[in-house]
Design a protein around this ligand. Structure first.
Ligand code: FCB
Length: 456
């Protein structure tokens, strides 16, 4: 197998690990935090595997200092975390909860004291339930509320945080939350999901402007989940299907963020379900969404391979599961080459100022061996293959400036509960013991060599 070369990465490359608030913090009912849509979703029977919820999660809220030491022990120079909106504004907007801000202030100070650059995500899916009750993302007001929230966080932490991500994966929040219904708030309405997508993008644009106003020196961007789409065969109809899939999953977000408005082919396919047909796109919205940002964050896990399926849903596309490929515990195809393809395509088609891989990783059913270690060879290989693919993209001219492994530690994996482990650190959810996995050891050693510019 191709191994990545530490010396192939620029010496000032950003190397990090990533997490999100609801997945690790716990302390769901403490210090003034109000419920989020994920608390509600978890409480609804049958929505989350095993009836799991984020009440305790990794208990990170109470174990902050130990976890900061753990992050430092990995040798990373950056840490990506998210702020829980319901901790900052329990009412969704209006009165600020000082205790909530204090927690993140301590987190940021703790990172800086350890020489680690904080990367702050403003929205990683834990919308205050009160805002859901007022209409949630399908309602325009939620985007405006996000702008206010972004301004508050940037004003408080922007003196120490230099990197802000507005929204994490709007496709997932919009489509899995409102179309497929497998994420909070669990609705299944295509038109609603596209209304949500427009307001999530509007929130991003308002967030960029709010962060710039409150923290002029900071860098700000969005994180999209992108998966390169390939046709199953060379038939023209399958190529067209891959283009439709790309419109739905990738271009719907990339095009407006880069100031080009929505892709017309997708608008047309959506018919009455498009935000345009619903008359939600107001004059000026596309300018706000297209506000130039400092970087593009990309979460990449796999690719999609599709064939045409006329009449199958509005998209007319069928997802295939290519034979002979390797699959992770999520049944996601391991497709490292698609990472190079994706990076080079982004560089060619969108020329972002900088690209950061803000998530990449894999879940496998890990077990702790008798020797106390987790021999997660498959995950280690996954990281090696993807970093080797990234190296190819860099050599080809893609301006990728950083990489964050998902995730620092095993955590609450949304609808899958605690069943799916993504960490490079193992968490025993009974005792909260943290154990560095073999993949974590490999990552630490690799990025230490990369930062020293030493050969493998
Ligand atoms: C991404 C999410 C992240 C995590 C990984 C596995 O879609 O951003 O929170 O769940 O998938």
């Amino acid at each position: 197998m191709t191994q990545p070369h530490p010396q192939a990465f620029p010496p000032r490359f950003t190397w990090g690990v990533a997490t999100s608030s609801y997945q690790i913090e716990g302390a769901a009912h403490e210090d003034g935090r109000s419920p989020s849509i994920w608390d509600t979703f978890c409480a609804a029977p049958g929505k989350v595997k095993g009836g799991d919820n984020g009440d305790v999660a990794c208990d990170h809220y109470h174990r902050l200092d130990g976890d900061l030491d753990l992050i430092a022990s990995l040798g990373v120079n950056a840490y990506r975390f998210s702020v829980a909106w319901p901790r900052i504004l329990p009412g969704g907007r209006g009165a600020v909860n000082r205790a909530g801000l204090d927690f993140y202030s301590r987190l940021v100070d703790g990172l800086l004291a350890r020489g680690i650059t904080p990367w702050l995500t403003l929205y990683h899916w834990d919308l205050p339930q009160v805002l859901q009750d007022a209409g949630g993302w399908p309602a325009r007001d939620t985007a405006l509320a996000f702008g206010e929230y972004a301004a508050i966080v940037a004003a408080e932490l922007g003196d120490r945080v230099g990197h802000f991500i507005t929204i994490n994966e709007p496709w997932v929040a919009a489509y899995l939350g409102h179309g497929a219904g497998v994420h909070a708030p669990g609705h299944t309405d295509l038109a609603e999901s596209f209304a949500a997508s427009h307001h999530l993008l509007l929130a991003h644009g308002l967030g960029v402007r709010a962060v710039r106003a409150a923290a002029p020196g900071a860098q700000v961007g969005i994180t999209l989940n992108l998966a390169a789409a390939y046709p199953a065969t060379d038939r023209e109809a399958d190529h067209a299907a891959a283009h439709r899939q790309d419109g739905f999953a990738n271009r719907w977000y990339l095009d407006p963020v880069f100031g080009r408005g929505y892709p017309q082919d997708t608008v047309k396919l959506l018919g009455n379900a498009s935000p345009q047909a619903q008359e939600l796109v107001r004059p000026g919205d596309l300018d706000i969404i297209g506000t130039p940002s400092d970087f593009l964050g990309v979460n990449m896990y796999s690719r999609s391979v599709v064939e045409t399926a006329p009449g199958e849903g509005w998209l007319g596309v069928r997802q295939l599961r290519p034979e002979g490929s390797e699959y992770t515990g999520f049944d996601w195809e391991v497709a490292p080459q698609s990472l190079s393809d994706l990076m080079l395509r982004l560089q060619r088609d969108y020329t972002p100022r900088a690209i950061y891989i803000t998530e990449n990783g894999a879940t496998y059913p890990d077990t702790v061996s008798e020797d106390g270690t987790v021999h997660d060879e498959a995950r280690t290989r996954y990281f090696q293959q993807h970093l080797a693919a990234l190296e190819v993209a860099l050599a080809g001219g893609a301006k990728v400036s950083g990489y964050f492994a998902w995730s620092l530690m095993d955590n609450f994996e949304w609808a899958e509960g605690y069943d799916k482990r993504f960490g490079i650190v193992h968490v025993d959810f009974d005792t909260q013991a943290r154990t560095l996995k073999q993949s974590g050891r490999w990552y630490r050693d690799f990025l230490t060599r990369a930062q020293q510019g030493q050969p493998a």
